[in-house]
Design a protein around this ligand. Structure first.
Ligand code: ADP
Length: 493
């Protein structure tokens, strides 16, 4: 009877619900966008109530689409936009302020003051993070600083903090469970990733009362139950992970050295580093991937700011293509890049350069340069930046990896995937299900109730769509040599 898993994928722009069957096949997907508020420059907010309402609708729609009822659902898994911060009153159930979104920079000056006060090393040692407004800690501090009565309420134990996973579980369980998992906790700048506890020194630094914090539950295993209107049964909630970590799990990157790269507007690259946290020498983030059966798995995470965005620029800025997918045919219209290198520093350069003043360039233009060469060089630039991040991660972790699992909108581009494989000199593997984030949450939930026996069973369920094998030759070497030479001209590193 219980043949399905419901995955809640609470994203940055929409609330989504997906249903998977025992073979890991997606049988329904419903989603509702919600409002993005930009009250001031650099500020981004969501309404937590709207997130909850749209999420509920998406769940009900997904069940209707699949034509199943709640008693056919084995378990619920949740994955979420990370770091986004909600503070609510536990008595009224109402948020005291809008959710402050991960992109929000309002606490940047406060973060700078923490760095100036000498906290950077301690924060990195304990949390694996750099001091940044991105993470939840300074956002909680900001909310409580708005009004002295809020601080008093928090100290009195009337206010609760949660990332979106926590908020949704609290709503789903009608206020019974105030929990998160280590993958989400590790993005708050309040959680010690070595002791696996909320850290008193960090709480003091950010003036956050400990009684606001959720209980940290393993990423897989029964947490509580959910019951929505017109559901006939209570359904166990048994999986939680932040979106990037869920995608790593959904890509079956269970072994140290296995990496997934998501090709969207930017690239999000996460490498499993096994049971020990690895410290990065390049300001990449050390994070918890998941905790299952008492075992904590760590990861290292790096991102490229501009990836698919480069293709958007070719479309909207240069207008040499009219849709992103056209870039593949255009790049295939030429044999090679014609000697071009596209420096994709349209918004500075992240790891390993960390040069926020760098600007973009197309170098090597001659009378023979065609649009196709520019398209090709743009794809190579996306793959080269991912290569740089992956190589730095490998160095940090001291592990050599053998294959890369890919997802995200731009992974549909076969030429890009072949270029990536060539430049990494490694296999690139694309899964059949591109909804890897939701699938990861479903896998964690199903493992948590015994729907799937163990991780090995999941390895058999996961299906690949395509494999790209490296062809390295002189042309590949030349792309890399020109890139290094030209990058050296525009950055100081
Ligand atoms: P996000 O989640 O960041 O919005 P998506 O995963 O939806 O991103 O991917 C969209 C991005 O991928 C866009 O930047 C788009 O330009 C790029 N993209 C989509 N299709 C292709 C393609 N066939 N080749 C290259 N880039 C593509």
């Amino acid at each position: 009877m219980k043949s399905y898993i419901l995955a809640i994928d609470a994203g940055t722009t929409s609330s989504r619900a997906l249903i998977f069957d025992k073979n890991g096949v997606q049988i329904a997907l419903a989603q509702y966008e919600f409002t993005q508020y930009f009250p001031k420059e650099g500020w981004v907010e969501h309404d937590p109530i709207e997130i909850w309402e749209t999420q509920k609708k998406a769940i009900q729609d997904a069940l209707a689409q699949a034509n199943i009822s709640s008693d056919e659902i084995e378990a619920i898994g949740i994955t979420n936009q990370r770091e986004t911060t909600v503070v609510w009153n536990k008595n009224t159930g109402l948020p005291v302020y809008n959710a402050i979104v991960w992109q929000d920079r309002r606490t940047a000056a406060f973060c700078e003051s923490l760095v100036n006060a000498g906290y950077e090393q301690m924060v990195q040692d304990k949390t694996g993070l750099v001091v940044d407004s991105y993470f939840s800690g300074t956002k909680i501090n900001w909310i409580l600083e708005q009004n002295p009565s809020l601080k008093n309420e928090a100290v009195a134990g009337n206010l609760l903090f949660g990332t979106i996973d926590t908020w949704l579980i609290w709503k789903l369980s009608e206020g019974k469970h105030h929990v998160t998992d280590p993958s989400n906790a590790s993005r708050t700048m309040l959680f010690n990733i070595h002791t696996l506890e909320w850290d008193t020194e960090l709480l003091k630094m950010l003036d956050v009362p400990a009684n606001m914090l959720p209980k940290v539950h393993p990423s897989s295993g029964i947490i509580g139950t959910a019951k929505l209107d017109n559901w006939t049964t209570e359904v166990p909630i048994s999986g939680i992970a932040g979106d990037q970590q869920a995608a790593l799990f959904g890509q079956i990157c269970f072994q140290p050295g296995e990496v997934k790269n998501t090709y969207g507007t930017g690239c999000f690259c996460v490498m499993n580093t096994g049971e020990k946290p690895v410290k990065s020498n390049n300001k990449m983030l050390t994070t918890i991937a998941w905790q299952i059966n008492g075992k904590t798995t760590y990861a290292i995470e790096g991102s490229v700011f501009i990836a698919g965005a480069l293709i958007q620029w070719l479309r909207d800025g240069m207008q040499i293509i009219s849709s992103s997918s056209e870039v593949e045919a255009l790049a295939n219209s030429v044999e090679n890049n014609g000697g071009l290198t596209f420096i994709p520093a349209l918004a500075g350069l992240g790891a390993p350069y960390w040069d926020s003043n760098a600007t973009g360039a197309i170098m090597g233009i001659t009378r023979g340069t065609e649009k196709g060469h520019i398209a090709r060089a743009a794809l190579e630039a996306i793959a080269m930046r991912s290569r740089e991040i992956i190589f730095e991660m490998q160095k940090d972790a001291g592990i050599v990896f053998s294959s890369l699992r890919v997802d995200g909108g731009a992974c549909k581009n076969n030429l890009l995937m072949q270029i990536q494989s060539d430049l990494l000199n490694a296999e690139v593997i694309r899964p059949k299900t591109t909804e890897t984030t939701a699938l990861g949450a479903a896998f964690l939930a199903g493992l948590g109730t015994g729907f799937w026996k163990n991780q090995e069973e999941l390895m058999h369920i996961w299906e690949k769509d395509a494999e790209f094998h490296p062809i390295t030759n002189e042309a590949t070497e030349r792309i890399i040599a020109l890139w290094n030479e030209r990058m050296g001209k525009i950055t100081t590193k």
